[in-house]
Design a binder for this molecule. Structure first.
Ligand code: ZN
Length: 283
């Protein structure tokens, strides 16, 4: 739905990806600014959605959640809405705290409290789950396959996550497996934890965020992976298709250089994506 970053360019909606199963909305990954508008433009119906996955809670990944929840009042939604996202840290609230501070009594949108409180009458409830985003759990490193956290959505679909390093921000990468199809989403990250290639192993699609050019240094390189790292991860994970997103001024019009660095490692299909672009997976 959204292929941009947090900039005010008027060109792209912020991060958001919708996975539909048999043409019905099922899984929404991030709800960046403008995503609720493009969700509707895509023809998706909010009452069909099973789950929202948050990579992290920066504004350009989470901002439209209240718009979706308010908008849902005008839909036929009756089933619970599952939301999974990172545990918190010193800088960021956990996903469940984020939702409470938005919607609970005392929160900024307290007038929507019936969407989270069991004792209040509402059309449906939000069910939030915090997923470990810390590098060490009980002093166990998370950059191995055994550390992948997997949740069953239904008989045909699972969601899985590993922590990723996004500077000081609590952050996750997500993988969705539906039947024999698999999609992995990096969220925002540099590759300090070296987890993404483990999670993305043999994915049909890897959505990778390209927020900085190869020359990035300092804060930008602490937050985001360079094109050469994207290529190395795609190669190591043996993904079939690489979608480049989170496109910003500092990387747009620089695609030839970005592609050159990716191509040094990865020879598969690479697409620089735009808002509302669709990809079909059939197996
Ligand atoms: Zn971002």
């Amino acid at each position: 739905l959204g292929s941009g970053g947090p900039e005010l360019t008027g060109q792209r909606v912020s991060s958001s990806y919708l996975i539909s199963i048999n043409n019905k909305a099922a899984i929404l990954m991030d709800t960046g600014t403008g995503s609720s508008y493009n969700f509707a433009r895509s023809g998706a119906k909010f009452e069909d959605l099973e789950v929202i996955l948050f990579s992290h809670l920066h504004v350009d990944h989470s901002n439209d959640l209240p718009a979706f929840i308010k908008g849902s009042f005008f839909t036929l939604r009756a089933k619970p809405l599952k939301i999974y996202g990172p545990t918190g840290n010193a800088l960021m609230p956990s996903t469940s705290t984020f939702i409470e501070q938005l919607f609970n009594h005392g929160g900024v949108f307290r007038y929507l409290s019936d969407y989270i409180n069991k004792e209040e009458n509402g059309d449906y409830k939000i069910l939030a789950t915090d997923v470990n985003s810390a590098f060490n759990t009980d002093n166990t490193a998370i950059n191995n396959e055994a550390a992948i956290q997997t949740f069953k959505l239904n008989d045909n679909a699972t969601i899985s996550a590993l922590p990723v390093h996004h500077g000081p921000i609590a952050a996750l990468a997500w993988r969705v497996d539906i039947g024999k199809c698999s999609i992995t989403y990096s969220g925002d990250m540099n590759n300090d934890y070296q987890t993404l290639a483990i999670l993305a192993k043999n994915s049909d699609i890897l959505i990778a965020h390209n927020a900085v050019p190869e020359s990035a240094l300092g804060v930008a390189a602490n937050l985001h992976m360079r094109p050469s790292q994207i290529g190395a991860i795609a190669k190591k994970a043996n993904v079939k298709k690489l979608l480049i997103s989170h496109r910003m001024k500092r990387t747009e019009d620089n695609e030839q250089e970005t592609l050159r660095f990716i191509r040094e490692k990865y020879q598969g299909s690479v697409v620089f994506v735009n808002d509302l672009q669709k990809f079909n997976l059939e197996k």
